[in-house]
Write a protein that binds this ligand. Structure first.
Ligand code: ADP
Ligand code: MG
Length: 617
């Protein structure tokens, strides 16, 4: 029979390209695969370097066992793996990879160069493969271990290349992956370079606490509670943050099951449920928690890019985590002594430095010692920054009847108050006093007016703020000492993006080290408030994806948040201050609503009062 059919076998190259689509989504997934290979190879020191967010170059160097020259070509074949040999092995797999797809997939869509040497071989293998096509295979001299360069990712698949985000965004994803890998492998010393900048170095001394310290900084590290839980099926270990560490998103929640990073709704909900009563709504805690099962009672979806996990006994997992978290939180006082003490801070011992860079060991030692140095009087004075508590607004207790009265009056107020803030009326105001620390009562004409001091104050500040901005009259006030804040990666990214806007508003920020930033100055009219807290809230807001883009909107938002914070800082007004507040209110275009749309003033007529007391029927 002649071959006139329309069905034909795909070439290996095409198959690899298709497979690559599943394994290699972006630079971060390449980094994940290469680092996991290094870990599987028993590496204790791994260097990751990226340029242009990993799009032009990814380098991963390890001090693992290396690949035998005779195995190098095989390693780049699809479904070539040294980790399993039959389906039976799947049941007790301990390595991170085993599908044998990563190297072949990566080589299908980039230019890969590998130098690898096994300890029992005399020479190293130098292998270059571009778009699945071998270019070089030779013997060279090199130290033990493996280095892989991945250049020009997706050079031959333009459609995929188009889907890559900006180098900054891709780089951020790589950072996230490297951090997770470091957290799940505290026994491995990681060094991570972004271009020329060293972004992260971990000691790899096996202590998770130290890794957390190295990634998140001192402020976070000193507010942790250790978790050590065990039942007949699984154990939970790691750290959770004391409620002073709160975030507006889940960026600081990390879960690992069997050493793998996972995203799990069950675990998230269990954790957050455990924090109920300790955190405000829509605030999220910090955690780095690992679950380890005695047997196969969970199923990590082994698709390389997915991070799902399925527990066979979800309820048990949920209940255990939730109860353990709330138990730990309820015992905070007893536990604080058990926290790592000063002398337990990250050690400077680093074992097994990466052979490809001989100076590495000393370098890491110095780096880490520097970053955690406790004796600096400069760092000690910031011991108590990054505290985010007490954000609960003061809500005065009001009976239901009063609420219904307020609501009813809201519709009526609009007509009556028209004249209330006129200049003429102002002279006839009689300020009666203040109730519940927040409402000012004013008598005018035939009505009683109730002013929400917070809403009014916010409104006044906001308008002032916006006017100064418009007139370019913003002034900055230095704070001394500067407040140190810890930012998440996306927040750092937002800071870079909006730095000029924030400066225009009067915020001055400088890099302090690691994830920490020094807030040196704030808008002058906000002086005196908890500006560190406000700033973290602002960065949190700005880092929310796709929410804000124009500078104008950013300014408005920040102004409104700032005013809200400012008002909270200044409770209790004197009569004179209340008087001045009303004065300023009446100069505004829309004095009747605060920047968030709440009313500032409501009223009740004498007629209404008379009716309620049945003076008239
Ligand atoms: P898998 O990890 O699923 O086995 P890969 O394509 O990622 O498949 O790697 C193929 C094989 O190449 C691995 O099984 C391993 O034997 C070898 N290998 C890859 N990277 C390294 C490394 N850094 N050090 C030692 N061996 C490696
Ligand atoms: Mg692999």
């Amino acid at each position: 029979m002649s071959d006139s059919g329309i069905i034909h076998e795909l070439s290996q190259e095409t198959i690899d390209k298709i497979a690559a689509g599943e394994v290699v989504e972006r630079p971060a997934s390449v980094v994940k695969e290469l680092v996991e290979n290094a870990i599987d190879a028993g590496a204790t020191a791994i260097t990751v370097e990226i340029r242009d967010g990993g799009t032009s170059l990814i380098r991963v160097t390890d001090n693992g066992v290396g690949i035998a020259s005779s195995d190098v070509r095989k390693a780049f074949l699809r479904h070539a793996t040294s980790k399993i040999s039959s389906a039976d092995d799947l049941m007790h797999i301990h390595s991170l990879g085993f599908r044998g797809e990563a190297l072949s997939s990566i080589a299908a869509v980039s230019k890969v160069e590998m130098v690898t040497k096994k300890s029992d071989e005399i020479t190293a293998a130098h292998y270059i493969i571009e778009g699945s096509i071998e270019d070089t295979f030779e013997e060279i001299g090199a130290p033990e271990g493996t280095t892989i360069f991945v250049r020009n990712l997706f050079f031959n698949t333009p459609a995929r290349k188009k889907f890559l985000k900006s180098p900054v965004t891709e780089g951020n994803s790589v950072t996230e992956i490297v951090e997770r890998l470091a957290l799940s492998n505290p026994g491995v010393s990681f060094r991570y370079l972004m271009g020329q900048t060293e972004k992260l170095v971990t000691a790899g001394n096996g202590r998770l606490y130290d890794t957390i310290y190295e990634i998140y900084g001192k402020q976070i590290a000193k507010s942790l509670l250790p978790v050590k839980y065990q039942n007949d099926v699984f154990s939970i270990s790691g750290f959770i943050g004391k409620p002073v560490i709160v975030r507006g998103n889940r960026a600081f929640e990390a879960f690992f099951v069997g050493g793998r990073y996972v995203k799990s709704k069950i675990l998230q909900r269990a954790l957050e449920e455990g924090y109920k009563g300790y955190l405000m709504q829509r605030m999220y805690p910090f955690c780095v928690l690992g679950l380890d099962f005695a047997d196969e009672s969970y199923d990590v979806n082994v698709h390389p890019t997915k991070q799902d996990v399925r527990f066979f006994d979800e309820k048990k997992v949920f209940d255990s985590l939730c109860q353990e978290v709330s138990r730990l939180l309820s015992e905070i006082e007893d536990i604080s002594d058990a926290l790592p003490k000063k002398e337990d801070r990250p050690a400077t011992v680093v074992s097994g430095a990466e052979p490809f860079e001989s100076g590495r060991l000393m370098e890491i030692k110095e780096q880490i010692t520097k970053s955690i140095r406790e004796d600096s009087p400069y760092s000690r004075q910031y011991e108590d920054v990054f505290i985010r508590t007490d954000t609960a607004p003061v809500v005065p207790a009001v009976s239901e009847e009063v609420i219904s009265f307020n609501e009813k009056q809201e519709s009526e107020q609009k007509i009556e108050q028209l004249s209330f803030l006129s200049e003429e009326a102002r002279r006839k105001h009689r300020i009666v006093g203040e109730v519940f620390d927040v409402y000012w009562i004013v008598e005018y004409d035939d009505s009683m007016y109730i002013i929400d001091q917070h809403a009014a104050h916010e409104k006044v500040l906001y308008e002032r703020f916006m006017k100064q901005l418009k007139d370019k009259e913003m002034t900055s006030q230095m704070i001394s000492p500067p407040q140190i804040v810890t930012l998440s990666f996306v927040e750092e990214e937002a800071l870079r993006r909006y730095k000029s806007v924030l400066e225009e508003l009067g915020f001055k920020v400088s890099h302090f080290g690691g994830r920490e930033y020094a807030l040196d100055a704030v808008p002058a009219n906000l002086y005196g408030i908890d500006s560190g807290k406000l700033f973290v809230e602002v960065m949190n807001m700005l880092s929310e994806k796709n929410k804000i883009d124009t500078d104008e909107l950013v300014m408005e938002k920040v102004a409104s948040m700032s005013c809200k914070a400012a008002v909270k800082g200044h409770d209790h007004l004197s009569f004179a201050e209340a008087d001045a507040l009303i004065d300023e209110l009446l100069t505004l275009d829309n004095p009747y609503h605060c920047p968030h749309g709440r009313p500032t003033i409501i009223s009740m007529s004498r007629y209404e009062l008379d009716k309620r007391f049945r003076r008239i029927v």
